[in-house]
Design a binder for this molecule. Structure first.
Ligand code: OAD
Length: 241
């Protein structure tokens, strides 16, 4: 099956790649849904990844994002991220990289133009629509930082459950998926929409869809081929020269 997919990669003129937390697992970044090691085995997503959760316990939630930022500062992109970036360097017009990850590791590996569906964990924004007093200079250090004039809180610039994805980014991803002839779905459980819907859209539009994951995913049935393996090993095999 690996050889079949390698041939599909060679033939492909327009490939879309959707990645999830699994591509960063071998860098030492926990996934969300893996039993025991995933963040959602330890925390409830409604506490840590919703606006209501943040409003209820701002310090706790803020500190968790700070912990994740610190963890990311101490890890490196792995050979899966590297294989995607190398492929783009060799074939800049043939790949669109779409990720649900907020960890910035694709960019650090050298990928450009990455479509970050769920935002960037290193960005901050105001929780409430900022009044004119909410200048970033007025953010007072704290857990979380807050506006010293009106008390508005700073929150992480990621997409939480119940929030819309950045429309331009989602639009660009949908366009890439509608035009692709091959879609690789790598390291995602396929449980979160609209991101997971991109694989369905690619298949409906006639593209070949390949899932790469060491464990069963909710998108296995959408794919013509499922490769069971770890992305840091298999992506270099698939995308290498
Ligand atoms: P999940 O944690 O749901 O899924 C991670 C997937 O990676 C699982 O299917 C694993 O089997 C797979 N995996 C583990 N190790 C791997 C490896 N070495 N190589 C390849 N795959 C591996 O993460 P996502 O599907 O990315 O959203 O989760 C989607 C969204 O749910 C996240 O963006 C996050 C989360 O809640 C928000 O925070 C809004």
């Amino acid at each position: 099956m690996l050889d079949t997919v390698k041939a599909w990669v060679r033939q492909s003129q327009r490939m879309a790649v959707l990645t999830g937390a699994g591509v960063s697992a071998e860098s030492g970044v926990p996934t969300f849904r893996d039993a025991q090691t995933g963040y959602w085995a330890q925390f409830r997503p409604e506490d840590m990844a919703t606006e209501a959760g943040f409003r209820a316990h701002p310090q706790w939630v803020w500190d968790w994002y700070q912990y994740r930022r610190d963890l990311l500062a101490g890890v490196l992109p792995n050979s899966g991220h590297g294989a995607l970036a190398d492929f783009q360097r060799r074939h800049p017009d043939r790949i669109t990289l779409i990720t649900q990850n907020v960890d910035g590791l694709h960019q650090r590996a050298g990928s450009t133009g990455v479509l970050y569906l769920h935002g960037d964990i290193f960005e901050n924004r105001w929780l409430n629509t900022p009044r004119h007093c909410c200048h970033i200079d007025h953010a007072v250090a704290g857990h979380p930082p807050y506006c010293d004039r009106c008390g508005n809180l700073v929150r992480p610039g990621v997409v939480w459950f119940g929030e819309s994805l950045p429309p331009a980014t989602l639009g660009a991803a949908e366009q890439a998926v509608a035009r692709c002839d091959l879609m690789l779905v790598v390291g995602t459980a396929g449980a979160v929409y609209p991101a997971a819907g991109l694989a369905h859209q690619a298949r409906s539009a006639g593209a070949r869809v390949v899932v790469l994951n060491p464990a069963p995913s909710a998108l296995d049935d959408v794919a013509q081929v499922v490769l069971r393996g770890a992305s840091a090993t298999v992506l270099p095999q698939l995308l290498g020269e």
